[in-house]
Design a protein around this ligand. Structure first.
Ligand code: NAD
Length: 338
C-alpha cells in the first residue's frame, strides 16, 4: 500500500474529539499515512498563530492535496471571515458533496432515503461582499458567474453518471432572483441538454422543494443548488436520516480536496466526550475512496454498519438513542474492523 500524507485539522469545539476518533479508526484499519496536524479556526489563535487560517495550514493542504478537517467556529455577526469560506475560496474547492442516506439500525420517519446534495461552494451570498449604503441600510451581494455555475453543473452531472444516479433536481428561486438563480438554471439546463441528456433533469422552486423533501425524501436522487441553499438543505436533510451526527461531506476542487462532516463545533456538547464521531468517520471513508483506498473504505463502512445494525445502546451515542460516549462508539467500531 502506498504511503499517504494527509493534513489533519482537528478544529474547534467537538472537532478534536471527533477527528481524533476518525484518526484512530483510520490507523486501526491499516491506512499507511503520515498525518500533518495543523490548526485552523479559534484554536489556531489559541496556539499563537496570528490568523484563524494560518498560511502554514493553507500551504500544507496545497502541497499534500488532501485534508481531513474537524469543524471550526465562526463568530456570528462580527469578527473574522469564516475559515471554511476562506478555505473553499482560496483552494477553489468548488463542489461540496454531501450524501444523505438511511443507515442500518437507525430508525427514522422515512425509509429508502438515498440522495446526494451537490452544493456550489465558492460564490452566491458567500462572496462576503457586504456594504452599509447609509446608516441603517445594508446590502449583501449574491454573486453568480457563468463559469462557476457551469462548473458545478458539469460536476454534478459527471458525478451522477459515474455513480449510476438517475436524476438531478435543481433547487432554485429564479422566480425572485431572476438574474442570479436564472443564470444557475440556464447553465444547468445547458449541461444537461448538451452533455448529459441521458440523466433525468428537473427543477423545483426551493420552498416547494423543501416541502416535498419533508413529505417524502425518497423521491429525490441528486440535488444540485447554489451555496446558501445547499447549506440549509444539507442540515434539513440530515434531520431526515438521524441528525448531523450521521451526514458526511467533502469539498472538492481540481487540485485538492477537504473532507469534513456537515455539522459544526457543537459548543453545547464540546468537551463532554459525547459527540458522535460517525459523520467525520464517514467523511474519512469518502476520503479513502478519493485517494483510491477503496478496500479500506469498504472495511470501515462495514464496521460502522455492523455497529449500527447491532443497535446496542451501550455503543451508540446519545444522538442515536444510546448512552455511549465518543470513545466507546469508536472502540466498538474498531473492534468490528476485519
Ligand atoms: P452545530 O452543527 O455545531 O450543532 C447543531 C446541533 O447539532 C447541536 O445541538 C449539536 O450538539 C448537534 N450536533 C452537531 N454535531 C454533532 C455530533 N457530531 N454529535 C452529536 N450532536 C451533534 O451547529 P451550530 O450550533 O449552528 O454551530 C456551532 C458553530 O459551528 C458555529 O460557530 C458555526 O459557524 C460552526 N460551524 C462550522 C462548520 C464547519 O466547520 N464545517 C459547519 C457548521 C457550523
Amino acid at each position: 500500500m502506498a504511503k499517504h500524507t494527509i493534513v489533519l485539522i482537528p478544529g474547534d469545539g467537538i472537532g478534536p474529539e471527533v477527528s481524533n476518533a476518525a484518526r484512530r479508526v483510520l490507523d486501526s484499519a491499516g491506512l499507511s499515512v503520515d498525518w500533518v496536524v495543523l490548526p485552523a479556526g479559534a484554536s489556531a489563535l489559541d496556539q499563537g498563530f496570528e490568523n484563524v487560517l494560518p498560511q502554514k495550514t493553507l500551504e500544507a493542504i496545497q502541497h499534500h492535496k488532501v485534508a481531513l478537517k474537524g469543524p471550526v467556529t465562526t463568530p456570528v455577526g462580527k469578527g473574522f471571515k469564516s475559515v471554511n469560506v476562506q478555505l473553499r475560496q482560496k483552494l477553489n474547492l468548488y463542489a461540496a458533496i454531501r450524501p444523505v442516506r438511511n443507515l442500518p439500525g437507525i430508525k427514522t420517519r422515512f425509509e429508502n432515503v438515498d440522495m446526494v446534495i451537490v452544493r456550489e461552494n465558492t460564490e452566491g451570498l458567500y462572496s462576503g461582499i457586504e456594504n452599509e449604503i447609509v446608516p441603517g441600510v445594508v446590502t449583501s451581494l449574491k454573486v453568480a458567474s457563468q463559469a462557476a455555475c457551469t462548473r458545478i453543473s458539469r460536476y454534478a452531472f459527471r458525478y451522477a453518471t459515474r455513480r449510476h444516479r438517475q436524476k438531478i433536481t435543481v433547487f432554485h428561486k429564479a422566480n425572485i432572483m431572476k438574474l442570479s438563480d436564472g443564470l444557475f438554471l440556464d447553465c444547468a439546463r445547458k449541461i444537461h441538454d448538451e452533455e448529459y441528456p441521458n440523466i433525468e433533469y428537473d427543477e423545483l422552486i426551493i420552498d416547494a422543494g423543501c416541502m416535498k423533501l419533508v413529505q417524502d425524501p425518497s423521491r429525490f436522487d441528486v440535488l444540485l443548488m447554489e451555496n446558501l441553499y445547499g447549506d440549509l438543505v444539507s442540515d434539513l436533510c440530515a434531520g431526515l436520516v438521524g441528525g448531523l451526527g450521521v451526514v458526511p461531506g467533502s469539498n472538492i476542487g481540481d487540485d485538492c480536496a477537504i473532507f469534513e462532516a456537515v455539522h459544526g463545533t457543537a459548543p453545547d456538547i464540546a468537551g463532554k466526550g459525547i459527540a458522535n464521531p460517525l459523520a467525520i468517520i464517514m467523511s474519512s471513508v469518502m476520503m479513502l475512496n478519493h485517494i483510491h483506498e477503496e478496500t479500506l473504505a469498504a472495511k470501515i463502512k462495514h464496521a460502522y454498519d455492523a455497529v449500527l445494525t447491532d443497535g446496542d445502546p451501550k455503543t451508540l451515542t446519545k444522538d442515536l438513542g444510546g448512552g455511549a460516549g465518543t470513545e466507546q462508539f469508536t472502540n466498538a467500531l474498531i473492534a468490528k474492523l476485519k
